[in-house]
Design a protein around this ligand. Structure first.
Ligand SMILES: NC(=O)c1ccc[n+]([C@@H]2O[C@H](COP(=O)([O-])OP(=O)(O)OC[C@H]3O[C@@H](n4cnc5c(N)ncnc54)[C@H](O)[C@@H]3O)[C@@H](O)[C@H]2O)c1
Length: 341
């Protein structure tokens, strides 16, 4: 095992979460953090004992002796930081989605391959308890091969209108579709061959956020499995949880019904309202952040420390983004589109 030094690019909601997760791993030290907003970076640095604060990630990569970098910038800004980190010889944990443009996806893959660094995309639903158990059962052969799947992963409107300042530069397909498509690929062990998508827009535009409201996508995988995937950013804010997530997997000799919506596992009811905190994603237990989100970050650290393979390859993360581009093209043209890998 090896002690590791890390650095973080992007000190927002999830960059701060990466800092917390690393602070609770005894053999990891976060030595630097960078954000365009120095005050924000300083606040996270003070909270988690990070010695060096930067506003220029190139300067940080040059001066810092970190072994790895967490890239936690907004969805559409992953390419530059990933390529710079790879060229600086730093291993990378990149937030999802891998990237949002074809040329970025290809350039990032090339930079990672050429530099020889190890990189993982943080598609953390692979570490989510119900999906991991379903995958293990499928792999055991007990239920036969996957035949068809349905997966919906939706957010309340407030995520697009209030939580993310950059939702109009991204899409529900990048923000949540990247998770759901990755899960579908993971569960059936294949990648999309053709896609047909329909979308609706108008609700969020009417609220001042210029992005598509929702996509309904039919997918045929290369191994013949078929799936239906729904991603929406317009669930009413009165929903007790931010996330609405349901999955049905039909296999040749069995099936799985997964309800991983926050709202169906724990209800906290007061005189004023009902809330549904998510007990499996990143709850604080005994003063430490637990659940599948920190576990996936720990799996990256374990991979680096013990030389283990990561739970997702760069090709898998990149390919599902190429498939998302095909889904967007299909919704625009209202035609079946073959994914170009
Ligand atoms: N918010 C969540 O719950 C969540 C969960 C999982 C994954 N993610 C992913 O994490 C990534 C970040 O999301 P977030 O919610 O933390 O967004 P955020 O807006 O809260 O934080 C992003 C930060 O990146 C900084 N930044 C932008 N360009 C930069 C640059 N060139 N150099 C340094 N800093 C720069 C911004 O100033 C901002 O503080 C996204 O890809 C998102 O999809 C978010």
């Amino acid at each position: 095992m090896k002690n590791l030094k890390g650095a973080i690019i992007g000190a927002g909601i999830f960059g701060s979460f990466h800092a917390r997760a690393y602070s609770e791993i005894p053999y990891v030290e976060t030595v630097a953090i960078c954000d365009l907003n120095r005050e924000l970076a300083q606040k996270v640095a003070d909270k988690f004992g990070i010695a060096n604060v930067y506003t220029d990630y190139n300067k940080m990569l040059k001066e810092s002796d970190c072994d790895f970098v967490s890239a936690v910038t907004p969805d559409h800004l992953h390419a530059q930081v990933t390529i710079a980190a790879a060229n600086a010889g730093k291993h990378i944990l990149l937030e999802k989605p891998f990237a949002t443009k074809r040329e970025d996806i290809l350039a990032m893959k090339e930079a990672i391959t050429k530099s020889g660094v190890r990189a993982m995309c943080d598609l953390h639903n692979r570490s989510s308890q119900p999906y991991a158990i379903a995958k293990q059962t499928i792999d055991s052969g007990e239920v036969g091969k996957v035949y068809s799947m349905y997966l919906r992963l939706n957010d309340n409107k407030s995520v697009a209108t209030d939580m993310l300042s950059w939702s109009a530069d991204s899409s529900i397909l990048w923000f949540l579709g990247s998770h759901s498509l990755d899960l579908l690929c993971y569960l059936c062990g294949s990648r999309p061959k053709t896609v047909y998508a329909l979308s609706r827009a108008g609700i969020l535009k009417g609220m001042g956020v210029d992005t598509v409201d929702m996509y309904q996508t039919s997918i045929e995988f290369e191994n013949g499995v078929i799936a239906q995937m729904e991603n929406s950013w317009v669930v009413p804010n009165g929903n007790t949880a931010l996330i609405d997530m349901k999955c049905n997997i039909l296999c040749e000799k069995g099936a799985f019904n997964i309800n991983s919506s926050d709202s169906d596992m724990l209800r906290v009811i007061t005189e004023e309202r009902t809330t549904t905190p998510n007990p499996i994603a990143r709850p604080i237990i005994n003063g430490r952040v637990e659940g599948f989100a920190p576990n996936n970050i720990r799996s990256f650290i374990d991979g680096l420390s013990f030389g283990r393979p990561f739970n997702i390859t760069i090709d898998e993360a990149a390919d599902s983004c190429l498939a998302i581009l095909a889904i967007m093209e299909s919704a625009e043209k209202k035609q079946i589109v073959e994914v170009k890998y």
